[in-house]
Structure formats: C-alpha cells, structure tokens
Design a binder for this molecule. Structure first.
Ligand code: CP
Ligand code: NVA
Length: 331
C-alpha cells in the first residue's frame, strides 16, 4: 500500500524506484527485461523451488490484487498459492462478466487499488488496459496474459527448458501454430537468452511484425536466430516443439475460420520425429495449456514421456514467486 495520499508523485516515486530495482514497476512484457534479468529470475526460481521454506513469509503483510477479465486455471492457482506460500494476502477480482473500463475508468481502478493493495496482477483483453493501469497506479503491475504477451508463461517455459536440458546453451525451440501472445513472449525470451527460435505458422497468423523486429534485434546481440516459416519441415533439429491453442480467449468468433487454416500444423508423432532428426535425444513437447487434445496436439504427444506440460504448469508458480520477490526487492 502507498502512503496516505497516493498522487502522480507516488507514481513518479515508483518510476524512481525502478532506476534501482528494474522489477519495481512489475512486469508488462518480456521485452521489458534484459537477458541477464531473465536469468536472475530463473536462478531465484531454482532457489525457491529447491527450498520454498527459506522464502516463507518474505512477502508477509503485502496484499495483492488479481484482476482477471478472462478465465484461468494455472495462472490463478499458481499466483494465489505461490503468493500465499510467500506470506502475502491475495484478493481475486473476477472481471469476466464485464470488461475493465465499462463500469468505471481504468484509471480509477488503478487509483482505487493502489489505496488497498501493494501490486496488481492483471489478465486483460487489451494490452493498452495494462499500460493504463501501470501508468496510473503507484504500485507494480504484472501481466498475467493479454492479447500481445504472456510473460509469466515464458519465464516458466525457459525455466522448464533449462531444467530439462541442464542448460539453455545451444538449444533450438520450434513454436508451431498461431503467432499469438504465448509465441511472442517465448520468442522474445529465447532471443534474449541466445536460444534459436523458429515459428511455423499459417499465412496470416504470423507473430506481430513489431515483436519479430524486437526479437530479431535481441537475437543479434546474443547470437541467436529467429526464423518465421510456413513449413513444418523447419522444426527439424529443434530440441523443443511448442504449440498453443489455435483460438485464443477473445477470438472465439473466429473459430470456424481458424480450424481449417491450422490442421496441417497439428503436433503429432510425425512432427516430433522431424524435430528429433539429428538430435542425440528425442525433442521435448511443450504447451502452455489449456490444450485442445486432437486439435493442435494429439493425445499420443501430450501424454508421451517427452511431454513437459505439467512441469511447465508447476514452474509457473516458482517462476512467478521469484518474479514477485524481485518486484518487492526481497531477493
Ligand atoms: N497457461 C495459462 O496461462 O493457463 P490458464 O489460462 O489456465 O491460466
Ligand atoms: N493463447 C492462449 C493462451 C492461454 C493460456 C490465450 O490467449 O487464450
């Protein structure tokens, strides 16, 4: 909670705090972090996972708002349980019945919530709503998924990949399907960590130009490559094959159009075999979940020994706990 009279200067104070703690404003996008900062989160996540009791109570006395316009299993559970493990108090504000800004201005949400709570974790339809919350709140704002990015997912994903292979060095990740929020955050995280990234999407469903541009610039600095392709053969030699739903939340009205465009990109045993060509061990399968079994992935693949999907789900909690410790300067 901020002092008695949070004003624009309180928001300015938060910006000032961000000059000494880059996490102080929260996390809106993977592109807001450097590769070194992502690694700091991953290293801390490993430490929290190895010894959760050592961090119990680290956020005692803090209250966190979870403001959700869309449904969730993993994000809600992993934040609520994870923050409770750290001693914080969490309030879930279900905004699925009406969009933020309809009953009252987004700015007024920010200015109310900062009076009671210490951070906002928000899942919203529009990235611009997150930005407005962040610009107007004198407390940190964390993106729990929006139309452009899903940064907490990407942190858990690279944590999971590093666990699976022992190191991120020399890894290649192939994302197959819709060039969506999950694809964007993963591409940026890979680029910043020096991991080669290939997105195979249908025409018209590529990742956004601005995100590809940012990822390509980051990749130039780390020596990674970013490839956007239409050919499933381009997953060859990739250590991980990642997919996500063909119809994201908020796009349900496009489901008829999207199904037909994507069927050739279903991740099945054949795709996993192509990915594994030339590797010393079979490629792993990844998915943020929820999965649409029989659509973007077959049961055989998601239930295989190479599937990391439940490890990813668990690691949401450890990665986010590390992030929140960083946000509050507690580690
Ligand atoms: N991966 C993920 O964000 O899952 P939920 O939509 O269930 O939170
Ligand atoms: N791309 C999906 C991810 C769900 C976790 C969506 O936005 O609905």
């Amino acid at each position: 909670m901020t002092a008695m009279m949070p004003t624009t200067s309180a928001t300015a104070e938060l910006k000032l705090a961000a000059t000494t703690n880059p996490f102080a404003g929260g996390l809106l996008a993977i592109d807001d972090l450097t590769g070194a900062q992502i690694l700091e989160v991953l290293d801390l996540a490993d430490a929290v996972k190895a010894d959760p009791k050592a961090f119990a109570g680290a956020l005692a006395g803090l209250s966190i708002t979870m403001l959700f316009e869309k449904p969730s299993l993993r994000t809600r559970m992993s934040f609520e349980i994870g923050l409770t493990k750290l001693g914080a108090h969490v309030v879930y504000l279900d905004h699925s019945k009406s969009k933020l800004g309809e009953r009252e201005a987004v700015k007024d949400y920010a200015k109310n919530l900062e009076r009671w709570t210490d951070a906002i974790v928000a899942r919203v339809f529009k990235n611009t709503v997150l930005q407005e919350l962040s610009e107007n709140a004198a407390i940190p704002v964390v993106n729990a998924l929006c139309d452009v990015e899903h940064p907490c997912q990407a942190l858990a994903d690279v944590l999971t990949l590093r666990e699976a292979y022992g190191s991120l060095d020399g890894l290649k990740v192939a994302y197959v399907g819709d060039g969506n929020n999950v694809c964007h955050s993963l591409m940026l995280a890979c680029a910043k960590l020096g991991v080669d990234f290939t997105a195979v999407t249908p025409k018209g469903f590529e990742p956004q130009f601005g995100v590809v541009k940012a990822a390509t610039a980051a990749a130039q600095a780390t020596g990674a490559s970013i490839t956007i392709s239409r050919s499933i053969d381009d997953v060859k030699g990739h250590h991980a094959v990642y997919t996500d739903t063909w119809v994201s939340m908020g796009q349900e009205h496009q489901s008829g159009l999207r199904g037909g465009e994507f069927t050739h990109l279903q991740v099945d045993d054949e795709v996993m075999a192509i990915a594994s060509e030339g590797l010393s061990q079979p490629a792993v399968f990844m998915h943020c979940l929820p999965a649409h079994r029989g659509e973007e992935v077959t049961d055989d693949v998601i239930d295989s020994a190479q599937s990391l999907v439940y490890e990813q789900a668990e690691n949401r909690m450890w990665a986010q706990n590390a992030l929140m410790l960083k946000v509050f300067g507690k580690a």
